[in-house]
Design a binder for this molecule. Sequence first.
Ligand code: GDP
Ligand code: IMO
Ligand code: MG
Length: 440
Amino acid sequence: MPVVVVIGGQWGDEGKGRVVDFHSRYCSVIARYSAGNNAGHTIMNDQGKFALHLVPAGIFRGDKAAIIGHGCVIDPAKLLEEIAMLTERGVSVARLMVSQGAHIIMPWHPIIDRADETLRGGAAIGTTGTGTGPAFHDKVSRIGIRVADLLDREVFAQKLRAALEYKNRVLTSLYGLPALEFDAIYREYLEYGQRLRPFVADTMAYVQEADERGEMILLEGAQGALLDLDTGTYPFVTSSVPASVAAGGAIGIGLGPTAIQRVVGVYKSYQTRVGNGPMPTEMFGAEADEIREGGGGVAGTAEYGATTGRARRIGWFDGVLARYTARLNGVTSVALTRLDTLSHAERIKICVAYEVDGNRVMALPATLAAMERAQPVYEDLPGWQADVTHARSLGDLPIEARQYVRRIEQIIGAPIDMISVGPERDQAIVTRDIFGASLT
Ligand code: GDP
Ligand code: IMO
Ligand code: MG
């Protein structure tokens, strides 16, 4: 049975949450494997509209295991808030499991996240300020505190004391900020540990056994390949270890690389980016505003961050980057989202190459400086200027919309099996079932 990874092919916010929510019906296990609550996944289904930051989008199918794997970092207060919100709204969390090996976002992490951004000045990354980056920094520095540590009073006391001794020096000497007190943090985080205890499990063993039983497992990526620490537009990237790209899925949940058989690349019909960094096809002014506010598609789906509320930067679909991310993720199937949003446009552009210093290139420029100088070479296609939100088969789409989808498919080099035409679960055209189960 396949393990399927769903990844973002751009700079995040491609619609991974809605794609996972759709496909999760065929799976027994849905698991997050990297990142923290810097992610924001929006799901609209028969139970309402939800923005999830840590809990996998499979939580809405009550009979599935929803797992937060050891590759994630967890802000316990935020996770408890999310659990309370779901419970209040009638979504069962009975099958939520949290890895004992996931790292904890501690109080100094958001403080350092913001202080680092201030120190970077004009070179600020535009992080989410959630402390995710500094928590991964502590993980690779080998001073991180993990979920299991919160469950043992003595171990936690010892680890917190050691971490604070180091972190308070950093806070006071480097940043000129007040030191943090041991007692208050110790009490607060021990209590979080007790409240999370019912969810804590050996998720690695659980997933491995589910895989051996032949159950279908869906791994929910966060961010996008262009934000990845190794493959993205460094240094304007996020800090997850393991990577948010598909290969990170195996590491972050505890499976071997051969377990992953399919990779769904989620791509928006145009580009968005929150935070700073190069974006060759970025557009500005009224043209960008129109798409940001939802374009010609479903009202109420404006492009503002699900985590920070920041306005997303907007650009035309970048075929150079899309092909690059499809290859490095081994994408076998594409979900193209938000086709409805472009319904207003008379003409639509697709970037098919860059001009860098007079040379035409089809690859990601090697340096940040070169990427900043890259001028997009566009193909110009006719728009469809018609409502597509009711389309449920390719034949329901205007010819211009089909041409646009086909051209993107050619450029990416993998089949587009799902096209979303609205944010609701059923607002999609699904042409090929990626699980081999029958489509109903
Ligand atoms: P994720 O982080 O990849 O899960 O994506 P986000 O949830 O952050 O951002 C995607 C946004 O697009 C959300 O507001 C979704 O509700 C919305 N969305 C997803 N698919 C569609 C679609 O086909 N049409 C429209 N109009 N909105 C969509
Ligand atoms: P989902 O899973 C979009 C961006 C931030 C910033 C950079 C580094 O919803 O697609 P960080 O706080 O991670 O250190 O910020 O990465 N970023 C995202 N952008 N979607 C996300 O997640 C993101 N997670 C981080 O805006 O540019
Ligand atoms: Mg998002």
